[in-house]
Design a protein around this ligand. Structure first.
Ligand code: NAD
Length: 501
């Protein structure tokens, strides 16, 4: 008989917390407290309960982690292994992640509030797949021989850079970490990861699982702590070769300053977005379009860098389309993240709640029409929730059209014609993703070409695959996570000239 008893996640959470969560750093293969003993209290946005004390890493802890990472790199315990051997460890790491599926999913949900169904179906499998995919790829990446003259041979090879620092946000804590870890580790680097102070637990468990899978100690280190403390120390460290940063544009800019004022480490920034979603009257199916929009902007409580938060819709269909989107919103009513039927969970913390409610206030004050949502929800639980919110009749100058809200709020703006749609879409400091909905092949290609974005979708928004690069233009950053291109960030190209006598 197959097991069909549903898991009681609330009871699981209580058991897990009674046993205690380990918030200590993992450096050189060992769990350890911060050197000065400081910790910070991590609360769950699900209901405000305390999850535990987490090590508040400082410069000394980051330095210890970087030293451990450098030592591991220099002695070749990982980098010098044949790619096929690294592949096996990466695959074992991925299997450990899958085997710990329920534990990791619960930690992710308690830590940052997303629905348990999504943690299980999206975050854990995607993390495992990323690790396995880069492991699988690394013994299939070849060097080059340059087409030079006959008297010499020029070999172009890829070498791991050495120590990769990774600083990641809280919205997809494991997936963002895996996008950095996959290519960096597979290529032979050592890594120091600084997770967000708002979601430290899964990163620490990932590092333990990596050790269990056979990754040598020191190769993957995790230092939790606050951005301006542990994060800044990593960004300014003189012995970090590459910094992979995912987070806000404001902090991404600061990462470039830190690199410039320290050792000129290479910085790859994956930053914020205000992705435009263009709807033309000849869109093939306005209902599917509205459903796709709602599914994308409200997924993960709207806390997705690529959320289509700015909708440009042709004026003749604007009212009709807004009604269809508003009708979708109640389907995403926030509910208990530990209930497997929940599709919208909690925002990450009180600060984020204030930010989102502040934007909703600003939208109303600036004259946009709030067609759905617009209020805090479930306050009685002690958690932080907000209703899925739809604004229509906005214009591109409003704050809710220009600034990244990072919550379940979508802004609809009418346009007259294609030229105006493109001008509005590109009138943004961001350029992460965009989408165009039209039945015309010519228009689809024309608009896709003209949109300033790292990724453009046509008549859909949800396609995604590890095989394609993910990243933005303009102030959405300069990096590309995912795909084989991610190896470019964590490897150096080396040329070796050999004289042919
Ligand atoms: P954030 O910039 O506040 O923090 C990101 C990370 O940087 C955290 O680990 C934080 O502790 C650290 N940090 C903060 N200040 C720092 C400092 N002075 N020095 C070093 N590190 C510092 O962003 P967030 O609120 O955690 O995440 C949300 C942002 O991330 C949004 O803007 C979102 O669009 C973006 N994001 C982008 C992508 C992408 O791939 N482009 C993916 C996910 C999230």
């Amino acid at each position: 008989m197959s097991r069909s008893v549903p898991i009681d996640w609330t009871a699981r959470a209580a058991d897990g917390l009674a046993a205690g969560l380990d918030g200590r750093a993992l450096i050189g293969g060992r769990r350890q407290a911060a050197q000065d003993g400081q910790t910070f209290l991590k609360r769950s946005p699900v209901d405000g309960r305390a999850l535990g004390e987490v090590a508040r890493g400082q410069a000394a802890d980051v330095d210890a982690a970087v030293r451990a990472a450098r030592a591991a790199f220099v002695d070749g315990r990982w980098a010098a292994r044949p790619p096929a051997a690294r592949k096996r460890v990466m695959q074992a790491f991925a299997e450990k992640v899958l085997a710990a599926r329920e534990e990791l999913a619960l930690l992710e949900t308690l830590d940052m509030g997303k629905p348990i169904a999504h943690s299980l179906a999206v975050d854990v499998p995607s993390t495992a797949r990323t690790l396995a995919w880069y492991g699988e790829a690394v013994d299939k990446v070849y060097g080059e021989i340059a087409p030079t003259g006959p008297s010499a041979l020029a070999l172009i090879s890829r070498e791991p850079v050495g120590v990769v620092g990774a600083i990641v946000p809280w919205n997809y804590p494991m997936i963002m970490a895996a996008w950095k870890l996959g290519p960096a580790l597979a290529a032979g680097n050592s890594v120091v990861l600084k997770p967000s102070e708002k979601s430290p637990y899964t990163a620490l468990r990932l590092a333990e699982l990596a050790l269990d899978a056979g990754l040598p100690p020191g190769v993957f280190n995790v230092v939790p702590g606050y951005g301006p403390e542990a994060g800044e120390a990593l960004a300014r460290h003189m012995d970090v070769d590459v910094l992979g940063f995912t987070g806000s544009t404001r902090v991404g800019k600061h990462m470039l300053v830190c690199a410039g004022q320290s050792n000129l480490k290479r910085v790859y920034n994956e930053l914020g977005g205000k992705s435009a979603f263009l709807v033309f009257p000849d869109a093939p199916d306005l209902d599917r379009c509205a459903q796709t929009l709602a599914g994308s902007i409200f997924f993960n409580q709207g806390e997705s860098c690529n959320a289509p938060s700015r909708v440009l819709v042709q004026a003749d269909i604007a009212e009709d389309f807004a009604r269809r989107v508003a009708a979708e919103a109640p389907k995403y009513r926030p509910a208990d993240p530990l209930d497997p039927s929940t599709v919208m969970g909690a925002l990450v913390d009180e600060g984020q709640l204030r930010t989102v409610l502040g934007y909703i206030e600003a939208g109303r004050a600036e004259g946009a029409h709030c067609l759905a949502g617009g209020r805090q929800a479930r306050a009685e639980t002690g958690g932080v929730y907000v209703e899925p919110t739809v604004f229509a009749g906005a214009h591109n100058g409003m704050r809710i059209a220009r600034e990244e809200i990072f919550g379940p709020v979508v802004t609809l703006i009418p346009f007259r014609d294609e030229a105006e749609a493109l001008a509005l879409a590109n009138d943004s400091p961001y350029g992460l993703q965009a989408s165009v909905w039209t039945g015309g092949l010519d228009r689809a290609h024309r608009v896709a070409r003209a949109l300033q974005a790292g990724t453009v979708h046509v008549n859909q928004y949800d396609e995604d695959d590890l095989t394609v690069p993910f990243g933005g233009v303009k102030q959405s950053g300069n990096g590309r996570d995912k795909s084989l291109h991610a190896f470019d960030k964590v490897t150096e190209l080396k040329t070796t000239w050999i004289r042919l006598g």
